[in-house]
Design a protein around this ligand. Structure first.
Ligand code: TPP
Ligand code: MG
Length: 323
């Protein structure tokens, strides 16, 4: 494995930050210490994908995220305090408390936004890739979306344009196998998502999405190739979300209980921790220290969110295109 030890530890810390962030956001949303408006979609179980992909990106590369976006944002370097404040609807949040979990963006570090509309990030990412292409240079765009998004027209239009214009974009499909409660085999004609990319003349790679090293290595070559502006690439990562579709009992989880339990045994963080121990990169104490450090960081983010003011009623008239 040609990844520097410090980089491996940084990857582990990032995955654990995503896990602890979403555990806490879910808890607060379900009635913790504050009133959290909107919705929270947990990324727990999928941490290796955002981490492995984003660790190949530069600050000036861009990502576009979706409704399950906290992991993508943290991996690209977003500030967890401002993220948590946004989820709590506070003025100090990324969108001054007006957007919530599904609208967090940070243009300064290449995060063009999460998005509550399934597949709506794909045309935004394709436009950003066209801009990068016209500018020249070697900047790229990565867009994250689920298996369910591949049923949408915007997915197909974006894939087609990106292919014929040879845009510098990596399509990252997180195949967690379900769109809410519908298994992709019932929703994808022909049963294969990679085949859809091949139809648009795009090279495809299918990788184990619960193995962060495989994700990192798989994305590395793809990102390097995409920087040459010779066309888009499609990555499919097989994975599973641990929680129900979003953190509420409003939509019951219809997935088989045994299936959920089987995937929890393939936890990407436990798996990576064991690998690092075996390689001698860390000790058990190091892992415990990282956990303490991450827990403190998340507690600090929640404290910041709780102490921050709500937006004033008149703030509703600011940052709007017309009134
Ligand atoms: C255009 C549109 N249709 C439906 C919805 C409701 N909805 C939100 S998430 C979701 C499922 C998306 O599944 P997938 O793309 O696989 O992502 P996952 O939730 O599995 O991460 C649906 C149907 C929506 N937000 N936007
Ligand atoms: Mg899905």
């Amino acid at each position: 494995m040609a990844i520097d030890n410090q980089e491996l530890i940084r990857m582990y810390r990032t995955m654990l930050t995503i896990r602890r962030f979403d555990e806490r956001a879910s808890k607060e949303f379900r009635g913790g210490s504050g009133t959290v408006p909107g919705l929270v979609h947990s990324y727990i179980g999928q941490e290796a994908i955002a981490t492995g992909v984003c660790f190949n990106l530069r600050l000036d590369d861009r990502i576009v995220s979706n409704h399950r976006g906290h992991g993508h944002l943290i991996s690209k370097g977003a500030d967890v305090r401002r993220m948590m404040a946004e989820i709590f609807g506070k003025k100090t949040g990324y969108c001054k408390g007006k957007g919530g979990s599904m609208h967090i963006a940070d243009f300064g570090i290449g995060i063009l936004g999460a998005n509550g509309i399934v597949a709506a990030g794909l045309p935004i990412a394709t436009g950003a890739a066209l801009a990068a292409h016209l500018e020249g240079g070697d900047k790229i765009v990565a867009v994250f979306f689920g298996d369910g998004a591949t049923q949408e027209g915007e997915f197909h239009e974006s894939m087609n344009l990106a292919s014929i214009w040879k845009l510098p974009i990596v399509f990252v499909c997180e195949n967690n196998q379900y769109g809410v409660n519908t298994h992709y085999k019932y929703a994808v004609a022909g049963g294969s998502i990679p085949r859809r990319a091949k139809a648009y003349n795009m090279p495809v790679r299918s990788v184990d999405g619960n193995d962060v090293v495989a994700v990192y290595e798989g994305a590395k070559e793809v990102v390097a190739r995409t920087r040459e502006h010779i066309g888009p690439y499609f990555l499919e990562f097989k994975t599973y979300r641990w929680s129900m579709h979003f953190e509420s009992d409003a939509i019951p989880d219809m997935r088989p209980k045994e299936e959920i339990e089987a995937w929890k045994k393939k936890c990407p963080i436990v798996r990576f921790g064991k690998k690092l121990l075996k390689m001698g990169v860390v000790t058990e104490k190091d892992l415990a220290d990282i956990n303490d450090e991450v827990m403190a960081k998340i507690q600090d983010a929640v404290d910041y969110a709780l102490e921050s003011p709500l937006p004033a009623p008149e703030d509703a008239l600011e940052d709007v295109f017309s009134v």
